[in-house]
Ligand binder design. Sequence first.
Ligand code: SAM
Length: 241
Amino acid sequence: MKMSELEKSLESSERGAYVSRMFDRIAPRYDLMNRLMSLGQDQRWRRRMATLAALPPAGWALDLATGTGDVAAALLQRDPSAHVVGADFAVEMMRVGQQKGQNGPITFMAADGLALPFADQSFDAVLHAFLMRNIADIRAGFREQWRVLKPGGTVVCLEIVGPAAGWTRTLYHLFFERIVPQLGKVVSGDRMAYSYLPQSVLRFPDPERLSRLMADEGFIDVRYERLMLGSIAIHSARKAE
Ligand SMILES: C[S@@+](CC[C@H](N)C(=O)[O-])C[C@H]1O[C@@H](n2cnc3c(N)ncnc32)[C@H](O)[C@@H]1O
């Protein structure tokens, strides 16, 4: 079965199990692949996310789909007084993150982004990098994030998006559809996982549509910026006071 067919055939409940197993498999080489695929830029994007989160002093932040904890670390680097929870359903990814022991205490927790184990209004900011392409239900995911945010809190969402048109689009297809799967095979030994990546970008909403989805789920002041020749979008928005 081809990758795209396999993906389409997954029901939403199976999809979560498929995605978490995939990330558990690639956990040991995940960070290295990120650095290579982003040409060394990914940590800069996470620092930008931490800035956009605008946490108050000693504020509470949730790094959802924390993986190996790099967004959480960027938050603590920016403000060591922050209380940062990193949550993910791929436990092996978080184990790698724990071993890195980076930039202060991150509280790692196993959790599904579609049913967060936190009370309403728990966090000043919810951030996530590379989550929404993988989640089975985008609207339900944003609804959960809205629920756990305090009034006035901020959500920051980073994702890979297809660039609009022109030569950057050609370059993008060449890179993500030809080079990345090969790189994934060599570096992580898992061509399948890195073939899944461009497939998941193709069916992901463009930044304008994603903004509308966020607004539909109750967020206000939705805005986004594009980075890396337009192939990365960072959306940010607030929950009304
Ligand atoms: C591409 S990794 C991103 C990791 C990290 N945010 C980063 O910046 O590198 C995607 C992560 O999302 C997690 N994930 C996907 N769907 C999830 C869900 N429904 N609930 C919790 N975690 C999820 C995966 O397990 C994986 O660790």
